[in-house]
Write a protein that binds this ligand. Structure first.
Ligand code: DAH
Length: 326
């Protein structure tokens, strides 16, 4: 067991030999250092000498501490090389809104003008909402087109990343009574190879209008209004007969752009089966639905020739629509 005197002698020696400060600190002040050892030794000191012993150890400890503070190797203020920085010269990049978000906001605004509100649904859907409730039974060939990424669900319910925004129609009908006027923008997922016009993840905007007198004529007027507002000019549109399990009749919408027809959306009068699945059984109530891809529309509007650019992390691309001022 070390004595105060022997530690003192050792310490003086170390100072004389210019022992590194951190070594002194470790040797004397660490948890297993000399000072701790001396404090532990207090138990072997006679009761009447304990106070004096403790005081001596404390004094030694303090002198070591002040030696360390004094000789600490931290650079002296005068020796720091200071390069003044003019903080007004620091330019921070303002964030910008992605062209897709920008376009979705624009679409929401256009539809808001004619009384459509925005609805959302889950991206992780059940088989029931993505397929069954939309009149796409298990054996239906349309399932191939929309087959996707299935997710193991601990509760045993078959779930998948939704392949379209159409399930939002049924969710909304279940929780709202007609009249209904909504658009539902959101991400959708497809299991397919990517190329200049296909991505595995993209955005759609679903539309749904249900009322007593909603007809194909209503639909045509609304979609005509929408494209006119979006392109800021009269746009020729055409409805072409088509097939979707959830609409009857169904059609594709083509728009006339740069001297040719371009297929832009799917639509139709909501099938009675789907209305019933959403809880609407009144035969006087009917409506239309439509769905289109946002990236496809963005490509036309902004002249983008490769869809993969849209989700690239290239900030030059993302910032083209200008900075947002917060
Ligand atoms: N869900 C369809 C798709 O992803 C698009 C669509 C077609 C939506 C017709 C509709 C509709 O609401 O009526 O390809």
């Amino acid at each position: 067991m070390a004595s105060i005197e022997s530690v003192q002698i050792e310490y003086q020696k170390d100072i004389k030999n210019n022992l590194e400060i951190n070594e002194i600190e470790h040797k004397y002040l660490s948890r297993k250092g000399y000072i701790a050892e001396l404090f532990k030794g207090v138990k072997d000191i006679l009761p009447e000498a304990k106070a004096e012993y403790g005081q001596k150890v404390n004094e030694l400890k303090q002198s070591i501490e002040s030696y360390i503070t004094e000789h600490n190797s931290a650079p002296k203020i005068e020796s720091i090389d200071i390069h003044p920085v003019n903080i007004t010269d620091i330019k921070s990049e303002l964030g910008s809104i992605s062209p897709i978000s920008w376009l979705i906001f624009r679409i929401q605004d256009i539809f808001a003008e004619i009384g459509f509100s925005v609805a959302t649904g889950p991206e992780l859907e059940t088989e029931k909402y993505n397929f069954d409730a939309l009149n796409i039974p298990k054996s239906h060939p349309a399932r191939d087109v929309w087959d996707t990424i299935w997710v193991q669900n601990p509760a045993g319910i078959k779930s998948l990343l939704r392949t379209h925004t159409s399930p939002v129609q049924v969710h909304y009908m279940e929780s709202h009574k007609p009249p209904i006027r909504i658009i539902a923008p959101g991400k959708v997922y497809r299991y397919e190879a990517t190329d200049a016009t296909h991505e595995t993840v993209f955005h759609q905007v679903e539309g749904l209008m249900i009322d007593t007198s909603t007809s194909i004529a209503t639909f045509k007027a609304i979609i005509q209004y929408f494209f006119k507002e979006l392109f800021q000019q009269e746009i020729k549109i055409r409805l072409r007969p088509s097939y979707f399990p959830f609409t009857e009749p169904s059609f594709e919408i083509d728009i006339w752009i740069e001297d040719h027809w371009l297929e832009i959306a799917g639509a139709g009068m909501v099938s009675r089966v789907v209305l019933k699945n959403g809880g609407i059984t009144d035969p006087h109530i009917q409506g239309f639905a439509f769905g289109f891809g946002v990236e496809r529309l963005a490509m036309i509007l902004y002249g983008i020739d490769d869809i993969r650019l849209i989700h690239s992390a290239d900030i030059r691309f993302a910032s083209q629509l200008g900075k947002i001022q917060l």
